[in-house]
Design a binder for this molecule. Structure first.
Ligand code: 5GP
Ligand code: MN
Length: 339
């Protein structure tokens, strides 16, 4: 952590009071956890802080402390624009490219507020006045903890803020199993538990309150699993008709792509999901084990990005065309995948 950046942040916070905090579109546990932790901390420090999300979060995050105060740009357009226009500081959390927040990107570009990025994805874009970008840190929540500690506000972390930070670290590390977990991650987790985060409760709320639709959707994806043996790769797909049949809800498909990596020797797993709202939009998730870069693959072929071992992207479809395109380009990675 650069102290210079911490000092600049301190200066910003000493002058400015009206603040907006924004996560990426379809926010996940790390995005929701980091934004709500920051909102609650800043309000405790006497700021007037609101969280604006581009759209809804999945149902299994609704218990998160502060969730009911989130304002949604897709349903409260004008209210959000006016909050942004009246703000002095805008924090963008868990993303590093304005493309990731859709139309909301234009609104914040036009505002005169100082923008602060706090993120851990690769290749940050240059839209912010102050950038905290740490791709080696496993989650935005872990990075935010470090920033809070560097600002000297550790003592302000209460049970609610600790639970939010725990949430993001847990979800972005696959419950502490990925290679992005370090000694430091566990030290921070230890502090968060001491501060009141109840780890089994948080785990159960996120992973063990599934609706039947989540398991049916998982079943459908596993039925559509295809193996490309010589490339140690698997892919799955979810068709719109099946999603409708199983009463798909936002969040039901999260994590399914990881099942591909549970197979012996598989180092690359991909899932293609037909969008229910937009015609011919295919959302894609990539996961890898080891050195194969999902981020580069997503960025080169599917308009996306993320981390080395986890990334996402989109394609225009139709689904069959997207899968055929994938099957074609994947063979140019034969050397990297066939180890
Ligand atoms: P997921 O597959 O869980 O949606 O996303 C995996 C990772 O890739 C997350 O860190 C997420 O922020 C990032 N990601 C997902 N979709 C996109 C995308 O369309 N563009 C970019 N740049 N990153 C994405
Ligand atoms: Mn994250």
């Amino acid at each position: 952590m650069e102290m210079k950046n911490i000092n600049i942040l301190e200066d910003y916070l000493s002058i400015h009071k009206n603040i907006v905090v924004i996560p990426h579109t379809s926010p996940d546990g790390d995005a929701i956890g980091s934004c709500l932790a920051l909102v609650q901390l800043l309000n405790k420090l006497g700021h007037n802080t609101n969280m604006i999300s581009p759209n809804e979060a999945p149902y299994f995050l609704k218990w998160t402390p502060g969730f009911k105060n989130i304002i949604y740009y897709d349903s409260e357009n004008e209210k959000c624009s006016s909050l942004i226009n009246n703000s002095e500081l805008i924090f963008t959390l868990d993303f590093n490219d304005l493309k990731r927040i859709g139309d909301l990107g234009k609104v914040i570009k036009q505002s005169s507020s100082k923008i602060i990025m706090i993120d851990h994805h690769q290749n940050p874009k240059d839209y912010a006045d102050l950038i905290f970008s740490e791709p080696s840190t496993g989650s935005t929540c872990e990075l935010l903890y470090e920033i809070i500690a560097s600002l000297g506000y550790e003592k302000k972390i209460d049970t609610n803020i600790a639970s939010c930070l725990y949430l993001g670290i847990m979800t972005d590390t696959g419950s502490f199993q990925y290679s992005n977990v370090t000694q430091r991650t566990h030290q921070i987790i230890s502090k968060l538990i001491k501060l009141g985060a109840i780890q089994n409760e948080i785990h159960n709320k996120v992973y063990n309150e599934s609706s039947i639709s989540r398991l049916k959707v998982l079943g459908s994806a596993l039925k559509n699993l295809r193996l490309i043996k010589e490339l140690n790769t698997v892919f799955m797909f979810l068709k719109k008709e099946d999603l409708k049949k199983f009463d798909f809800k936002k969040g039901d498909s999260e994590g399914i792509v990881n099942y591909g990596l549970s197979l012996k020797n598989i180092i690359f797993s991909v899932i293609f999901i037909e969008d229910l709202e937009e015609e011919n939009k295919i959302k894609i998730s990539f996961r890898s084990q080891g050195e194969f870069s999902c981020n580069k693959f997503a960025n080169t072929h599917f308009n996306g990005g993320g981390h080395i071992n986890a990334a996402g992207g989109v394609d225009n479809g139709p689904l069959n065309d997207t899968i055929n395109k994938f099957k074609k380009v994947i063979y140019s990675y034969k050397k990297q995948l066939n180890k």
